[in-house]
Design a binder for this molecule. Structure first.
Ligand SMILES: *[C@@H]1O[C@H](CO)[C@@H](O)[C@H](O)[C@H]1NC(C)=O
Ligand SMILES: *[C@@H]1O[C@H](CO)[C@@H](O)[C@H](O)[C@H]1NC(C)=O
Ligand SMILES: *[C@@H]1O[C@H](CO)[C@@H](O)[C@H](O)[C@H]1NC(C)=O
Ligand SMILES: *[C@@H]1O[C@H](CO)[C@@H](O)[C@H](O)[C@H]1NC(C)=O
Ligand SMILES: *[C@@H]1O[C@H](CO)[C@@H](O)[C@H](O)[C@H]1NC(C)=O
Ligand SMILES: *[C@@H]1O[C@H](CO)[C@@H](O)[C@H](O)[C@H]1NC(C)=O
Ligand SMILES: *[C@@H]1O[C@H](CO)[C@@H](O)[C@H](O)[C@H]1NC(C)=O
Ligand SMILES: *[C@@H]1O[C@H](CO)[C@@H](O)[C@H](O)[C@H]1NC(C)=O
Ligand SMILES: *[C@@H]1O[C@H](CO)[C@@H](O)[C@H](O)[C@H]1NC(C)=O
Ligand SMILES: *[C@@H]1O[C@H](CO)[C@@H](O)[C@H](O)[C@H]1NC(C)=O
Ligand SMILES: *[C@@H]1O[C@H](CO)[C@@H](O)[C@H](O)[C@H]1NC(C)=O
Ligand SMILES: *[C@@H]1O[C@H](CO)[C@@H](O)[C@H](O)[C@H]1NC(C)=O
Length: 464
């Protein structure tokens, strides 16, 4: 076998790319370098140069490809990619922090830009993406949105792209991001960001979309510590179905409204047949406040952006021990409650249907719409949520509210929403205790949301 490979190398200039007509098969450099983790990115680029147009690129089975430098395999045309081996991403943190490609959005960046027209990317025979994320989780020390920490793979400028069977284990940051694309299907996606030390896997979103249309996510399993699916600005006509989430923030629209210069329009998004186990949230919409908090570009600051979130359906959810199952927040990363009531994002025509299961605390939903944009067209249909303790016949502790709480503020002609308390404007994403209070009319002036923002605890204001 080895002499065959060498012959191929001698015949074709690209190291470790075996070309047979329009098919390029990749083998790792380590084979001929005593197993050393020599960078395979140059031969991978070569394979895409040779076979990326009207061809096929195959990563050979049972091999480990070491990826030590950024990859840009875009502008492919009529190309089928088959990942059989392991892609093992290097842990040279300082290299990646300074070399990852910008994805423009939030000044985030990526380790791999991938895309083109009429492209398929299939994983077979155990092929997987090993992000080696533990090194990132440990050095990141629970910080939010560390600049330069790379998204595992970004599907960019793509039309008619099918990604099937992708397995991203320990992603460096967000696992997948779809941007500036049309007609992208991601099926049988598996993402598992699990840390094996005391640090969390902060910001390991399973799937994010932005500036893209006609999208599908189907049959996914996602274990992580941020959004399971996050739908950012200018995502239209997205279907998400049959997704199982563990320990994360569930199905999220947003955050949106971060940048005044680029309004966010999100329309026609359906999430169906979703399971959430031990999640923080399950079905939510999150917008920034209406005032810009400062000029820095990191993902954690901004606000003041406008736009519309419209025609969103969350249906057929099975939830199990979810801290805050349903939420609209119009002030998700606010620094002070004084600006919480200012969001410029319009939210309308949102349906939650067939959401069944258990909440961790005594709260099922918190829907807060700003005075600037009260929300019309909100509908609950067949929502059956009980606290875990209620199902066990145990009392809810440290509260006199034993019944499920549905917080609402500024809903216009809502249908079927059993509002029994006011939603505080600064109610955050990370609920860690039962809701307190006896009287809905006093609820709004309490600091119920204090201390439960995601990743920004230190900046919370006190009262509104
Ligand atoms: C890869 O390994 C599996 C399990 O050992 C084996 O069944 C399969 O034939 C191998 N594939 C190749 C191309 O060597
Ligand atoms: C990626 O490669 C394409 C050529 O295929 C090039 O046009 C583009 O500028 C590159 N992108 C980056 C971020 O380097
Ligand atoms: C991509 O596929 C579509 C539909 O089959 C076809 O119309 C289009 O010409 C293809 N694009 C290219 C660049 O071949
Ligand atoms: C985006 O893809 C199109 C082909 O679909 C190509 O013509 C264009 O150059 C690409 N843009 C960038 C910035 O790579
Ligand atoms: C979307 O892409 C798929 C797979 O390439 C293709 O079969 C389908 O025709 C495309 N749909 C549209 C509307 O172009
Ligand atoms: C993903 O890859 C890892 C590492 O090979 C493996 O342990 C896991 O079973 C794979 N998961 C799926 C769903 O293929
Ligand atoms: C995720 O990975 C962890 C650590 O390897 C493992 O214990 C867990 O079973 C995996 N979860 C799923 C749903 O595959
Ligand atoms: C970091 O986050 C993890 C997961 O949320 C948590 O268990 C751990 O206590 C946090 N560590 C510190 C020092 O805050
Ligand atoms: C749902 O997705 C899971 C995980 O990918 C898969 O095993 C299962 O077959 C899918 N169910 C249906 C009905 O397609
Ligand atoms: C969304 O699209 C509109 C044009 O329809 C554009 O003005 C706006 O800047 C885009 N927003 C983002 C976040 O790119
Ligand atoms: C949303 O879906 C409706 C009904 O299918 C369609 O008429 C409308 O054009 C879609 N909106 C966008 C922005 O694609
Ligand atoms: C549920 O009941 C257990 C046992 O009484 C108690 O320790 C726990 O705090 C309760 N949980 C909540 C959310 O009140």
């Amino acid at each position: 076998m080895r002499w065959l490979l060498s012959l191929a190398l001698a015949t074709f200039t690209a190291a470790y790319v075996q070309q047979d007509g329009s098919t390029c098969t990749l083998y790792p450099e380590s084979l001929n370098n005593d197993g050393q983790a020599i960078d395979d990115a140059p031969s991978i680029h070569k394979a895409f140069d040779l076979c990326g147009h009207n061809g096929q690129v195959i990563f050979a089975a049972n091999h480990t490809f070491n990826i030590n430098t950024v990859m840009n395999t875009t502008n492919l045309v009529n190309c089928d990619v088959i990942l059989r081996g392991e892609l093992r991403w290097s842990t040279d943190i300082s290299y990646w922090l300074s070399h990852s490609y910008s994805v423009v959005f939030q000044d985030q960046s990526t380790a791999w830009l991938f895309g083109g027209e009429n492209v398929t990317f299939r994983s077979e025979e155990g092929g997987w993406y090993n992000g080696n994320g533990q090194a990132w989780y440990t050095q990141n020390q629970n910080r939010s949105n560390q600049p330069g920490r790379p998204i595992s793979i970004t599907f960019y400028n793509s039309t008619n792209l099918v990604v099937d069977g992708l397995n991203i284990t320990q992603p460096q940051f967000w696992a997948t991001f779809v941007s500036y694309s049309k007609n992208v299907s991601i099926t049988n996606l598996y993402v598992n960001a699990t840390s094996n030390d005391q640090w969390g896997t902060v910001n390991t979103d399973g799937y994010d979309s932005w500036n893209s249309d006609t999208l599908l996510v189907e049959n996914a399993v996602i274990v992580n510590q941020d959004d399971c699916i996050a739908v950012k600005g200018n995502t239209t006509n997205l279907m998400v179905r049959n997704v199982t989430c563990y320990g994360n923030y569930g199905m999220a629209i947003g955050s949106v409204g971060q940048y005044p210069a680029t309004p966010d329009y999100v329309t026609n998004v359906t999430f169906e047949n979703i399971k959430c186990h031990d999640c923080q949230e399950a079905a939510l919409i999150k917008t920034w406040q209406g005032e810009n908090d400062d000029g820095s570009s990191n993902g954690d600051s901004g606000g003041g952006g406008s736009g519309v979130v419209k025609n969103i359906v969350f249906r057929d959810f099975e939830i199990n021990n979810v801290a805050l199952p349903i939420q609209i927040s119009q002030c998700i990363y606010s620094e002070s409650t004084s600006t919480c009531n200012t969001s410029k994002m319009a939210i309308e025509d949102i349906t939650w249907s067939n959401i069944k299961g258990t909440s961790r605390y005594n709260i099922a939903s918190s829907i807060y719409c700003s005075d600037v944009h009260p929300c019309p067209g909100l509908k609950f249909d067949n929502i059956e949520i009980q606290s875990v303790n209620r199902t066990l016949g145990l009392p809810m502790w440290n509260t006199n509210l034993q019944d499920e709480v549905y917080q609402c503020t500024n809903i216009v002609n809502g249908q079927g929403i059993p509002c029994n308390h006011a939603a505080p404007s600064n109610y955050g994403q990370t609920v860690t205790s039962n809701v307190q209070g006896t009287d809905a009319s006093t609820e709004k002036s309490k600091t119920t949301g204090a201390g439960n923002k995601k990743g920004k605890q230190e900046k919370l204001g006190l009262k509104q």
